[in-house]
Design a protein around this ligand. Structure first.
Ligand SMILES: NC(=O)c1ccc[n+]([C@@H]2O[C@H](COP(=O)([O-])OP(=O)(O)OC[C@H]3O[C@@H](n4cnc5c(N)ncnc54)[C@H](O)[C@@H]3O)[C@@H](O)[C@H]2O)c1
Length: 394
């Protein structure tokens, strides 16, 4: 979609649109010292100044949790012993939290989210939504019944140039989609020895905490969400091989999946932690009857766009031809790199907009429905693999 010529005309410079908007009071469960993703959530909440961090439980170890809360500047009485106490006490305060971010091991998401939903506190939860199918369905019902806002942090979908890809697809610039490929090779389990796996993989060794497959829970659900987000298509059937290529670790580390889409297109997803030297090589390629788009996390500020019988074009982030959706997701002018943290922050900021504005539907935010679909995808892929790659309906 062509925009005006002024290169800064549409840029949401430093998300100045967020100035003077209502700030929401937020608390966190999980994400304590040494956690992997806690820092990204807390930074995302503060990025555009839309949240005040007021309360939390950052670890099951009470002492550690309180120490950490205090280091963030929280009042001691709002560093709680556990999530139940926090939900009860915060909901009875006039200045209690309005939103809770949940980033504990996945198997605990349900019981924690349920408690806050009951108290009408809105939720931002990390993926996968839950580690079981029943809990995913039950949580959706609880969220709907209590009419709270809910987002799941499929943060990759908030990169500006992936949103540009989505806009091109939505505006029929690549025609009818025929082929899709998403891959996410990582290499972090390659040299892990049996004796060290507990230290490195922690709760991921327990299916009740992680779900039926480590690699599908870790990055498979992200890849699946991205495929659905960019293409707007759904997977109809899946055939998968989920395996452990390591002789040392006791969980799976690689999954190949073939997909039949609801529009007859064909797709594939490959996710791995067994790809030696692999970093965070997330990549999506979508091919249609009129063109194709390609995006690679190694170079997140560009999107490759090819129109049939024409040379490939490189579209740069925040350049004056990108869509409003993409431009509004950017903060700095073209040429200054934006990345992982800004994309994560887009989810938090848009969630604040969703709660505080009259627009009660922001389709860019991954929802509880996306969370449930992610859990169903994990289980279907694992079932297929257990049945020698039999096709399973989703
Ligand atoms: N969005 C992403 O890109 C992304 C990346 C990594 C992990 N994740 C997801 O985030 C979640 C956490 O993963 P992680 O890698 O940060 O795990 P982690 O083990 O590194 O950290 C978990 C943290 O939660 C705390 N904790 C555990 N149970 C708790 C409880 N009941 N109350 C309060 N605190 C508790 C632990 O002390 C720890 O600080 C998982 O669901 C995971 O799948 C998402």
């Amino acid at each position: 979609m062509k925009k005006e010529k002024n290169p800064f005309g549409e840029l949401n410079l430093f998300r100045n649109d967020q100035l003077n908007k209502k700030k929401l009071k937020i608390g966190f469960i999980g994400g304590g010292p040494n956690s992997f993703i806690g820092y990204a959530h807390r930074l995302a909440a503060r990025f555009d100044n839309r949240y005040q961090i007021m309360a939390g439980v950052f670890s099951k170890d009470k002492k550690k949790s309180v120490e950490f809360g205090k280091s963030l500047g929280l009042e001691k009485q709002r560093c709680y012993n556990d999530y139940k106490e926090m939900a009860a006490k915060e909901s009875s305060r006039t200045d209690g939290v309005e939103v809770v971010g949940i980033m504990t091991p996945s198997g605990d998401h349900y019981k924690i989210a349920k408690e806050f939903a009951k108290h009408k506190i809105s939720i931002i939860c990390d993926k996968p939504l839950t580690a079981s199918l029943n809990e995913a369905d039950a949580l959706k019902k609880i969220v709907k019944k209590n009419k709270i806002f809910f987002a799941i942090t499929h943060n990759y979908s908030a990169y500006p140039m992936l949103r540009e890809a989505k806009d091109l697809v939505d505006n029929n610039k690549i025609g009818k989609i025929k082929l899709i490929n998403v891959e996410y090779p990582q290499g972090y389990t390659v040299a892990v020895k049996k004796k060290d796996q507990k230290n490195i993989l922690k709760w991921r060794l327990d299916k009740n905490m992680c779900g039926p497959s480590m690699i599908l829970a870790e990055i498979g659900t992200h890849a699946y969400h991205l495929l659905r987000y960019v293409t707007g298509l759904e997977v109809k059937e899946i055939s998968a091989e989920v395996s452990s290529l390591s002789d040392e670790i006791s969980v799976d580390d690689n999954a190949f999946m073939t997909l039949r889409m609801n529009n007859k297109a064909r797709g594939s997803i490959w996710v791995s932690s067994a790809a030696t030297g692999g970093e965070n090589g997330l990549k999506i390629r979508v091919y249609g009857t009129k063109g194709a788009v390609e995006w690679f996390q190694d170079d997140p500020n560009i999107l490759k766009f090819t129109e049939l019988n024409n040379p490939t074009r490189i579209i740069t982030r925040a350049s004056n031809s990108v869509s409003s959706l993409s431009m509004q997701s950017s903060r700095v002018a073209a040429g200054h790199p934006e990345g992982f943290f800004e994309a994560f922050a887009n989810i938090y900021t848009e969630f604040a907009d969703l709660i505080t504005s009259s627009k009660k539907n922001l389709s860019s935010i991954p929802s509880i429905e996306d969370g449930v679909k992610g859990v169903k995808f994990m289980f279907a892929a694992k079932e297929s693999s257990d049945k020698n790659s039999k096709w399973i309906k989703l």
